[in-house]
Ligand binder design. Structure first.
Ligand code: ZN
Ligand code: ZN
Length: 261
C-alpha cells in the first residue's frame, strides 16, 4: 500500500498545482491513495490558503473523475498559533475533512521559514518557545489527526540543537498526543531539504515508539507534481527498521492501519 498524505495545490498560496494533476500522477506511478492537505494560516501577512466552499467543490470534481481508480481524501494543514484556535475550530466545522495535519510554521506571529522567529532569542530560547507552543496547543486543541513535521525548526536552523537538551519538551508533546489518540507525520521533504535525518528525527521517532506511539502517516509535502510520492517507499522501509509495523491513512478523521513494506 502506497499513500501520500501531505500535498499542496493552488489552494495553498505557495503552490500552483491543479488538484487533478496529483490524481493523474498518483495513478501513473501506482499509488493506492492520497490526501490533499492544503494550507490554512490565520494572522500571517499575505497568506490566505483554503477557502472552504471552493476547496470542496474542486475536490468533488476530482473525486467524480478519478475515484474509481484511486482513493482520494480531503485534508488540510492547519498552521496554528495558540491565540487563533477558535478560527480553526470554525474552519474544521465547515469542511468534511478526513484528515488534519496540525503544524506550527509561525509562533508569536513570527515565521520560522524567514528566521524572524529566531531573531533576538538564543538557540535554547527559540527551541524551548517553539516546543512550548506545541505543548500548550495540544493540551487544548483536539480536532486534528497528526502533528506535521514536528521538528520543523531544524529545517531552518541547521546548527542543530541537541536532542537531549529538548527531550523533556518533546516527551511531553508525545505523551499528550498518544493519550489523545493522535499521531505523528513523517515528512519526506527532509530529503529535498537535505536534512541529514528524518523529519521528525530518528531520535523523536524512537522516543515516540518507546512511549507507545503507533500512529504514523507519511507525506511528501509536495508543492509541485514531480515531488508527489517522493521517498515514501524508502521511508516505509526505514520505519520498519525502527520497529514500527504500521503506517496509517484516515477516513472521516478515523485512523486506518496498513502493514509497512
Ligand atoms: Zn508545513
Ligand atoms: Zn505542508
Amino acid at each position: 500500500m502506497l499513500a501520500d498524505y501531505h500535498l499542496h495545490t493552488h489552494n495553498s498560496d505557495d503552490s500552483k498545482v491543479e488538484m487533478y494533476e496529483y490524481a493523474e500522477r498518483a495513478i501513473q506511478i501506482g499509488f493506492d491513495e492520497f490526501c490533499y492537505t492544503d494550507h490554512k494560516d490565520y494572522d500571517v501577512d499575505g497568506l490566505n490558503g483554503i477557502e472552504s466552499d471552493k476547496y470542496l467543490i474542486e475536490y468533488k470534481k476530482v473525486l467524480e473523475k478519478y475515484s474509481d481508480k484511486i482513493n482520494i481524501k480531503l485534508g488540510a494543514e492547519f498552521g496554528m498559533q495558540i491565540f487563533n484556535i477558535n478560527k480553526f475550530e470554525n474552519l474544521f466545522k465547515s469542511l468534511p475533512l478526513d484528515f488534519v495535519i496540525l503544524s506550527f510554521h509561525t509562533v508569536d506571529k513570527k515565521m520560522l521559514w524567514n528566521k524572524d522567529f529566531f531573531e533576538g532569542r538564543t538557540q535554547k530560547e527559540y527551541n524551548e518557545r517553539y516546543y512550548q507552543e506545541i505543548i500548550d496547543v495540544t493540551k487544548i486543541y483536539k480536532n486534528y489527526s497528526v502533528l506535521g513535521h514536528l521538528d520543523l525548526i531544524r529545517r531552518y536552523d541547521t546548527s542543530y540543537y541537541p536532542f537531549e537538551k529538548i527531550k523533556d519538551f518533546i516527551a511531553e508533546i508525545l505523551k499528550q498526543i498518544i493519550k489523545d489518540g493522535k499521531g505523528l507525520e513523517v515528512n519526506t521533504s527532509c530529503f529535498r531539504y537535505k536534512i541529514p535525518d528524518l523529519t521528525p528525527s530518528v531520535d523523536i521517532l524512537k522516543l515516540y515508539k518507546d512511549l507507545g506511539g503507533e500512529i504514523l502517516t507519511i507525506g511528501s509535502d509536495s508543492h509541485s507534481v514531480e515531488h508527489f510520492g517522493a521517498k515514501i517507499f524508502d521511508v516505509q522501509k526505514q520505519l520498519k527498521e525502527l520497529g514500527f509495523n504500521h503506517f496509517y491513512t484516515f477516513d472521516k478523521m478515523q485512523p486506518i492501519g496498513h502493514n509497512l513494506i
